[in-house]
Design a binder for this molecule. Structure first.
Ligand SMILES: [Zn+2]
Ligand SMILES: [Zn+2]
Length: 227
């Protein structure tokens, strides 16, 4: 199942009225809200569905073409064919309770920036921030992760989290250093290395499959106008 897990998804337990975003000192169009471990959860689910026998519990990954052999399965741990053909299809999921940092752009303060509703802009910004954090703080890249979330108002936000059960305190430090992180991120992305994304600026082993979602020009434009 390891390779079948989805990108992380935020399950938010804190409503928008209760999230008190703090403006970042010296970068006042960026705001962040820190949710300590337990307030929210990060979910991962299987991309594939699994078909579960209602009688014996046998399960297998569902492929589009494999309807014909379902009745032939063997009861788990016993060498007996299961007579049941009743099954349900579902996805498995797992959740992680950890510290979460919501990062949003204040749309009133920023005015018109044409890429604010562009997922590519947000995804690129997320990857850039995740790669920049270990450069300036004593935090390992593997100990943090993030996702792009659509909030209650259907606006994108960047969600960063400690990729360590129950949190390791990294997000509090990240929140306190957002200005420095953004400034370092700008230096990283304005290098004259490529047209869109390359290993020097954005591409990593983790995100190489999402190459199509990365375009550094959108983020350069953002920094150029607002940093
Ligand atoms: Zn069965
Ligand atoms: Zn590059």
């Amino acid at each position: 199942m390891g390779t079948d897990l989805s990108e992380p998804v935020l399950f938010d337990n804190v409503s928008i009225e209760d999230r008190h975003y703090l403006p970042v000192d010296g970068l006042n169009y960026v705001e962040s809200y820190f949710a300590a471990s337990g307030k929210g959860q990060i979910l991962y689910y299987t991309e594939s569905k699994y078909r579960i026998c209602k009688s014996c519990g046998f399960s297998e990954r569902t492929y589009k073409t494999d309807n014909q052999n379902w009745a032939q399965h063997i009861i788990p741990y016993r060498n007996i064919k299961c007579p049941s053909t009743a099954f349900e299809e579902l996805r498995f999921g797992t959740s992680k309770i950890t510290d979460i940092l919501y990062v949003r752009i204040n749309r009133t303060k920023i005015g018109i920036f044409q890429h604010l509703n562009d997922r590519k802009f947000w995804y690129t910004l997320l990857q850039l921030i995740l790669e920049t954090i270990p450069n300036i703080l004593n935090i390992e890249r593997n100990d943090i992760d993030g996702l792009i979330w659509t909030n209650e108002n259907l606006q994108y936000e960047m969600i960063l989290f400690d990729d360590v059960p129950n949190g390791a305190g990294h997000m509090k430090i990240v929140q306190q250093n957002l200005k420095a992180i953004f400034e370092e991120a700008q230096k990283r992305i304005v290098q004259d290395c490529c047209d869109r994304a390359c290993p020097k600026c954005l591409l990593t082993f983790c995100n190489q499959h999402y190459d199509d979602f990365l375009d550094k020009n959108l983020v350069i434009e953002f920094f150029h106008n607002y940093l």
